[in-house]
Design a protein around this ligand. Structure first.
Ligand SMILES: CC(C)(COP(=O)(O)OP(=O)(O)OC[C@H]1O[C@@H](n2cnc3c(N)ncnc32)[C@H](O)[C@@H]1OP(=O)(O)O)[C@@H](O)C(=O)NCCC(=O)NCCS
Length: 157
């Protein structure tokens, strides 16, 4: 289980779990590069953080901190779905993967996916799934994923 920190050989970045202080390190601004996320107050952030923390290992938000700037420059999250199928099997779902525009192409996205998939494996999941755009298919293939079937969506807002 990736509960500890791991640093790359140059010690420039730290790949770790989200901490409550990360809101002030640019975590929300990073998510804004992925989708709408423009009005999260400190209180809302704290409440959501505590709620997700209460799921313990069934929910994990991975971040990469740039140790020089102190900024959060990459993230991705995972939740563990518990099923009756597959003899009460478990599935890891990856969501909300984004690397800061200035830090793309440095293997950080791959490190985030590695952190999350290691967690799913350690939790006993039999598979990990995610949805992505056609443009990002190659990235996930480099991370070891294969395309399977299609995505269906229903938005309520
Ligand atoms: C997609 C994204 C997360 C990739 O992160 P990244 O840190 O730039 O990617 P990495 O440097 O870890 O790339 C790992 C490998 O995938 C390749 N790769 C990265 N993006 C790719 C793409 N869109 N298509 C094909 N290959 C890609 C890299 O060349 C690298 O290959 P290598 O191991 O042979 O050198 C990042 O570009 C991003 O945040 N995009 C905007 C938000 C987004 O679309 N998120 C995904 C939501 S599903």
């Amino acid at each position: 289980m990736p509960s500890g920190d791991s640093s790359n050989e140059e010690d420039k970045f730290r790949v770790r779990k989200l901490e409550i202080s990360d809101k002030s390190k640019g975590f929300i601004e990073l998510l804004q590069q992925l989708s709408v996320c423009d009005s999260v107050s400190d209180k809302q952030f704290e409440e959501r953080f505590q709620e997700l923390s209460s799921y313990c290992n069934d929910h994990l938000v991975c971040v990469v901190e740039d140790l020089q700037s102190g900024k959060i420059i990459a993230t991705g999250s995972m939740f563990i779905e518990k099923k009756f199928l597959r003899n009460c099997g478990k599935v890891g779902h990856i969501e909300d993967v984004v690397v800061d525009a200035s830090a793309r192409g440095m293997q950080l996205g791959k490190q985030v996916i590695g952190f999350l998939t290691d967690h799913a494996r350690a939790m006993g999941c039999y598979k990990v799934i995610l949805d992505c755009s056609v443009d990002n298919k190659g990235f996930y293939e480099k991370c070891g994923f294969k395309q399977k079937e299609i995505q269906m969506t229903m938005y309520f807002v």
